[in-house]
Each structure stands twice: as C-alpha cells, then as structure tokens.
Ligand binder design. Structure first.
Ligand SMILES: *Cc1c(COP(=O)(O)O)cnc(C)c1O
Length: 255
C-alpha cells in the first residue's frame, strides 16, 4: 500500500468505527428507554470530543456527529476555527474562567457548566456585545467531591433566583458529573439527587427559567442516568475510544 492509500484506508476505517460506536450507543439508549417506558426521542446524545484531534472530528461529522462537547475553551476554540466550514454546534461542558467568557460568547451554542454569578454576568455581557443568546445549564456538584466543579445542591435554589437578569442566558436545566465509582448505588444516588433538585426548581425557580433538561451520564453511566431522568447524555470514550491519559489528568484532584 502506498502512503496515500494507507491514509484513505485509515479514514474509511475511522469512519466505520465511529459509525459503529455511535450506533451501539444509540441502540443502548433506545433499549434503556424501552425498559423504563421512556420515549427515546426524549434523550439527546451529546458526543464529547475533548482530546480528539480536529481531523478526526471531520470524520466524526461525516459519521453524523453534528454537535460536539468540549470541556476546555481554548481547545474548543481552536477546533471551531479549524472546522469552521462545517455546521457544528459547540457545547462547552467544563468550568469557565471569567476572563475566557468572551471566547465562549463568540462561537459556542451552549454552556453546560454555569456555577457562579460572576461568570453569568460576564458571559451575559459578552453575548450581548455579540448580539447572541445561548442555552445554559447550571452545574451541580451532586457527589460532594472536592475535585468537582458545580454548586453544592443546597445552594442551587438561591443561585437561580439571580439568573433572570441575564437576558442572553437561556436557562434550560441542570448538569452534573456523578461520582466516579463502580458502585452503581452511589452513582445512582447522584442522579436521583439531581432529579429531586429539578423537581424543587420546577416549583421554586423564577418565571421564565426552564429546568426541563437534565444533562447527566457519560460513557460509564449513561444508562443509569437515563433511568433516573437524564435528557442529555454526554458520551466521549464510548464513541471515540479511550483517551490517552487517565481521568485524573482531565479532572485534577481525582485519585
Ligand atoms: C469528558 C467528559 C464527559 C465524557 O466522558 P466519557 O468518559 O468520555 O464519556 C462528559 N462530561 C464532561 C463534563 C466531560 O468533561
């Protein structure tokens, strides 16, 4: 095989792999929904593309990934520029520093990790400058682990009372990362806690905010999350393969 053919073969292979992985995840979403009597259309699959190079994301786009979730703004920004010719909806799912809000405001369609009023204010201001509004989720630390970002559950009620003033933030729901544990009961507990907070907010949140969306569940736990009411699952490794470095690299502070 000459080099060009090898590259083409590789692209074909990657396309097939991603398509197969996507089909598997989608089928498992459908099976889980059937098991508990939910409509599979009520669950949105957000492919998480962190650490996956832009060229591979071109292939992922061809395989049907038209939304991409990234946890670091700099990486997301570079990829959105490299792939500007494709109609990709970018979702930022990781902690945002206030001084990076201006970048997010330029290209992101969604921000799932709001956990401070300072960030809310800055992002709202930057979005207004751009003449845009985006969907926003409030991140909750449902596991209580110090390494995780997000509001403590007991702070959510007061926090959301301040959000209506930010007219460029369309509040849609809540996001969480469950505890990393092989103990399903402990993982499920995190998801149940989120569902309870959602129910409370439906009663007590200010008018105009919506908490219909629950973004929870990743490659290792998305089926459990769906069972407990997830409407968005954020799946990376089950679609793109294992990341080269362990989770502790991407979530500093983890064991
Ligand atoms: C990386 C990441 C995911 C996806 O994790 P996988 O194990 O690759 O499925 C989901 N949510 C957030 C916030 C992430 O950073």
């Amino acid at each position: 095989m000459n080099q060009e053919t090898a590259v083409e073969f590789n692209v074909e292979q990657q396309l097939t792999d991603i398509k197969n992985n996507l089909a598997t995840v989608k089928q498992r979403i459908i099976d889980t929904c059937k098991k508990i009597g939910r409509d599979p259309a009520s669950v949105r699959l957000l492919p998480v593309t962190k650490t996956v190079p832009a060229e591979r994301l071109r292939i992922a786009f061809a395989a049907g990934c038209h939304e991409m979730g990234e946890n670091k703004i700099q990486e997301a920004r570079e990829k959105s520029e490299a792939l500007a010719d494709l109609d990709i909806k970018w979702s930022i799912i990781g902690h945002l520093q206030t001084n990076k809000a201006k970048y997010l405001a330029r290209f992101a369609n969604e921000f799932q990790a709001l956990d401070s009023l300072k960030v809310a204010a800055e992002l709202d201001k930057r979005l207004q400058n751009e003449g845009r509004a985006i969907d926003v989720y409030v991140q909750v630390n449902s596991s209580g682990e110090e390494s995780k970002f997000g509001l403590p559950p007991e702070a959510v009620r007061d926090f959301v009372q301040h959000l209506p003033q930010f007219s460029s933030l369309r509040i849609k729901g809540l996001m969480t990362l469950a505890i990393f544990s092989s103990d399903h009961d402990r993982v499920r507990e995190c998801f149940v806690k989120m569902r309870d907070i959602q129910a409370m907010l439906r009663q007590e949140a200010p008018a105009g905010l919506s908490f219909d969306e629950l973004s929870m569940g990743m490659s290792g736990d998305y089926e459990l999350a769906i069972e407990e009411g997830a409407t968005v699952v954020r799946v990376g490794q089950a679609i793109f393969g294992k990341r080269p470095l362990p989770d502790s690299h991407y979530w500093p502070g983890l064991g």
